[in-house]
Write a protein that binds this ligand. Structure first.
Ligand code: NFE
Ligand code: MG
Length: 587
């Protein structure tokens, strides 16, 4: 029997509004969990009746974090409907905009949204700066590099800065942490490294935002992508723009390799006991044996695939991230993704509707039924009814997880050379078994592996763009006859966003959108139960997790953060009824 009921509302350091409820037993182990989005947005609804050429500009407002992703996917959906293949330059430019978003997004996630689940800021105050410099050497060496910050002087200075905040009783951006929680496992020196890189990452991420703006026009919300191609005609012809992009990429890559990766090794190793419930070797895993550490969850991983590597067409091209689905963490098998098998269910979501619907026929009809309220005013879920604004996506009548981990797992299962190389190198350098990937820590590691891969491959793409332009190909747009192609058609933009598989489905009649549905990464992961009562990815990942101190549910936050939630995307007006802001309660 569940003994205690934990409510974390809102979960902070995410985008949007998310509430997690968990039941823990007498051993403080989570035995049940509910993920609930308490915000609603109606972008799918307002797209109806619009000109499909404008869809991208409206759809991009779904989110400002995966900025430009919805914009591009929406446009790709319209291009699919119109049968348009974009020119090479446009393909590479789009890859560069999205690729720099991945690096930006993953780095900001690790340091500014997730690191403090591992790093105890206050503990950093008892660090010895000289020992900290040695410790930084150690983890940089594991990552096969040298530390981003060398010498004890810089660490001493950071320590001084944080000490000043603490002395004045104002921790600022570090306020309200669970500092001192016994489930923090880093040493004071390791914590100081984490804090130092956190602060530095605030500067570095600005450069990454600039990279997106070079070909995107601006950031957030780039605006150089149009149905048929891109508009940054002058930028691709200006060698200084490409050089600037490469320069910023070089600086960012240095931080990724010398700070981000060593820090992931450091955190991953110190928290490795949570990741390696299973002792399976790589070979055993290839045979489908032994999966799942703390936070493993569903263990079904899906990727639509993304980053077109040639110009044969959107759904024909070779891909940087292959598409596929792996069930039960069994990487010896991988199935093709069939878009026909995607459906959304609203049994536990605040919408009208009965059976799961394919996105082409999907509906978004709000039906808010609220949360139960206790006498003391705390809202509780009506657990057998509707409890979230997020719909429940289903693939082939199964619940799946999407995201960087899914992309790496599918890549390895597909025996993709590049992905397998980056994943095995990462594991080998850290002397880690592949089973660590199927956990909270593994989800975080997979994101870092993907970041390194992306930073490296973008250099090749920038060179490919420069060479193609130098060879005289200046084409950036494919012409189409709107009046002919928009009579009656439909299309889908199925690709990947930083947080996972993203699909935009559009139906068009007589030049107007008649139905529009987006099924988004955080919709897959943060979804509530489905019509068969099967848990969503966040919910499943919490089951079995031990919460050391229920008054400070650090482990819940760490696992949920490992998905990098974006609830704005997931539900695409905030409802404050029946909801208390800033409530954390157990009873
Ligand atoms: Ni709002 Fe997004 C990404 C998309 S989210 S951040 O990545 O699509 O789930
Ligand atoms: Mg949707």
């Amino acid at each position: 029997m569940a003994k205690k009921h934990i409510v974390v509302d809102p979960i902070t350091r995410i985008e949007g509004h998310l509430r997690i409820e968990a039941m823990i037993d007498e051993n403080n182990t989570i035995v049940d969990a509910y993920s609930s989005s308490t915000m609603f947005r109606g972008i799918e609804t307002i797209l109806q009746g619009r000109d499909p050429r404008d869809a991208g500009l409206l759809a991009m407002r779904i989110c400002g974090v995966c900025t430009g992703t919805h914009y591009q996917r929406s446009i790709e959906g319209v291009e699919d409907a119109f049968g348009i293949t974009i020119p090479k330059n446009a393909r590479i430019v789009r890859n560069l905009i999205q690729g720099s978003l991945y690096v930006h997004d993953h780095l900001v996630h690790f340091y500014h949204l997730h690191a403090l689940d591992f790093v105890d800021v206050v503990s950093a105050l008892s660090a010895d700066p000289a020992k900290t410099a040695q410790e930084a050497q150690k983890w940089a060496k594991v990552a096969g590099t040298t530390p981003y910050i060398e010498g004890e002087g810089h660490f001493a200075e950071i320590k001084e800065r944080v000490a000043k905040f603490v002395k004045q009783g104002r921790l600022g951006i570090f306020g309200n942490g669970y500092w001192g929680n016994k489930h923090y496992k880093l040493t004071p020196e390791q914590n100081l490294i984490g804090v130092a890189h956190y602060l530095k990452a605030l500067d570095i991420q600005r450069d990454m935002a600039k990279m997106q703006a070079i070909f995107g026009g601006k950031n957030p919300h780039p605006q150089s992508i149009v149905v048929g191609g891109v508009t940054c005609v002058q930028d691709i012809q200006n060698p200084a723009r490409i050089a600037l992009f490469k320069n910023l990429l070089k600086e960012s890559t240095e931080f990724v390799k010398k700070a981000y990766l060593p820090d992931v090794y450091m955190a991953g190793t110190m928290y490795a006991d949570e990741a390696t419930d299973s002792k399976a070797t790589f070979t055993e895993l290839m045979q489908g044996k032994g999966v799942g550490g703390t936070g493993g969850g569903l263990l079904n991983y899906m990727s639509y695939g993304d980053f077109r590597l040639d110009d044969t067409g959107f759904y024909k091209s070779a891909l940087l991230f292959p598409s596929g689905i792996v069930y039960g963490g069994d990487i010896s098998k991988v199935e093709d993704v069939d878009p026909e098998k995607v459906a959304e269910d609203v049994t536990h979501s605040w919408y009208e509707g009965k059976n799961p619907l394919h996105p082409y026929d999907g509906q978004t009809i709000p039906k808010y039924t609220g949360l139960d309220k206790r006498e003391d005013g705390i809202a509780y879920l009506k657990t057998n009814e509707k409890y979230s604004w997020i719909k429940s996506p289903i693939y082939n009548d199964t619940r799946v997880e999407v995201g960087p981990l899914a992309r790496m797992v599918v890549g390895v299962a597909r025996k993709d050379e590049r992905i397998t190389k980056y994943v095995t190198n990462f594991l080998k350098r850290g002397n880690l078994p592949i089973s660590v990937l199927f956990s909270t820590v593994g989800r975080t590691a997979a994101r870092a592996i993907e970041t390194e891969l992306m930073a490296d491959v973008m250099v090749e793409w920038a060179d490919e763009l420069a060479a193609n332009v130098a060879a005289g190909d200046l084409s950036t747009w494919t012409e189409f006859d709107f009046d002919k192609v928009s009579v009656k058609t439909k299309g889908m933009g199925l690709a990947e966003a930083p947080r996972g598989a993203l699909g935009h489905w559009v139906k068009i009649e007589n030049g107007k959108i008649v139905n529009y549905q987006a099924v988004v990464p955080s919709t897959w992961n943060a979804a509530p139960r489905d019509y068969k009562g099967r848990l969503g990815a966040y919910e499943a990942s919490l089951i079995g997790t031990k919460v050391a101190e229920p008054e400070q549910p650090l482990e819940i936050i760490r696992t949920i953060h490992s998905f990098d939630p974006c609830i704005a995307c997931a539900v695409h007006v905030v409802d404050t009824k029946g909801k208390e802001l800033g409530v954390y309660k157990i009873d």
